[in-house]
Design a protein around this ligand. Structure first.
Ligand code: ADP
Length: 263
């Protein structure tokens, strides 16, 4: 495996020659793969004991086995919540490692982007209402088709909406829309939330990265956007964020347009 970087060298405005640098990253890639494999193995090993802990705790809480007092309930509830969070983390890690290793098969097809957005938004309407957030679709063009795996794209949009709801205070607005440009279909989720500091805007797509303005320490795993990025890149697409602290964030991703592939 090689990384390629190419630079033009100019003199008096004319390109004189090009310097191309080939960097051997085979070893780095190998280490990265080993790391992913390790994470995947550990996550698998966690799954069974976590399920049994979860079941045990919920049976105790439901008092199937005997009554518990208030102090015991509080301890059990705290343990149960931690257990749930660990479950979520393990699920995310397994998803990520499956995508990274190419084990999740992408099912590409002609995907109706407007329909995906409409169906993905629905389950969030109550949550938005409770938080007095105006969740709307922006003027969407009809008949926008991407060459994509609808379920995976819906997962990405869900994740972006979930984040937008989490990082937008009450009375805010979340807008979701799509448009065509050139050979790509663009989808965006725009919020009026806390925003992301500039130095974090590239990094939030890395694993376990959470921006410094994120005070909500107990929710989320820091993996959602990393998974989203893997999914979009598996479509040969791109995902990025435009944001201003205190004003809001706009997450945008591009997918290949359907028409161009079939022509
Ligand atoms: P998390 O589970 O922490 O939300 P993500 O990978 O989904 O993990 O997001 C990574 C970080 O990016 C978050 O912890 C948060 O700091 C920042 N972030 C993501 N979405 C938004 C948003 N809509 N507004 C502000 N910050 C965001």
């Amino acid at each position: 495996h090689y990384n390629i970087a190419s630079n033009k060298v100019k003199k008096d405005g004319d390109v004189r020659f090009t310097v191309t640098l080939l960097e051997d990253v085979t070893e780095l890639k190998r280490v990265d793969e080993m790391k992913s494999e390790f994470v995947s193995t550990v996550s698998h090993e966690f799954r069974t004991p976590l399920t049994s802990m979860n079941m045990g705790l919920s049976m105790l809480l439901e008092e199937d086995i005997g009554t518990i007092n208030e102090d015991q309930r509080q301890l059990l509830e705290a343990a149960y919540e931690d257990c749930e969070r660990l479950n979520e983390l393990v699920d995310d890690l397994l998803d990520l490692s499956k995508i990274e290793s190419g084990k999740i098969k992408m099912e590409f097809d002609k995907a109706d982007v407007e329909r995906i957005i409409e169906t993905t938004i629905k389950p969030f309407s109550q949550q938005a209402e409770e938080k007095k957030i105006n969740l709307t679709t922006d003027s969407m063009e009809e008949n926008i088709y991407a060459w994509a795996d609808s379920n995976k794209v819906s997962w990405v949009i869900s994740n972006l909406i979930g984040n937008a709801l989490r990082y937008t205070p009450e009375e805010g607005t979340i807008k979701i829309g799509s448009y065509l440009q050139g050979r790509h279909v663009y989808v965006y989720v725009e919020d009026t939330g806390v925003g992301i500091p500039e130095e974090y805007q590239d990094k939030v797509f890395d694993k376990f990265v959470r921006a410094s303005n994120n005070e909500d320490e107990n929710s989320g795993t820091g993996l959602g956007l990393a998974i989203a990025k893997e999914i979009i890149e598996a479509h040969s697409g791109r995902i990025w964020v435009e944001s201003e602290e205190g004003k809001g964030s706009k997450f945008i991703f591009a997918l290949p347009r359907y028409r161009h592939l079939s022509e």
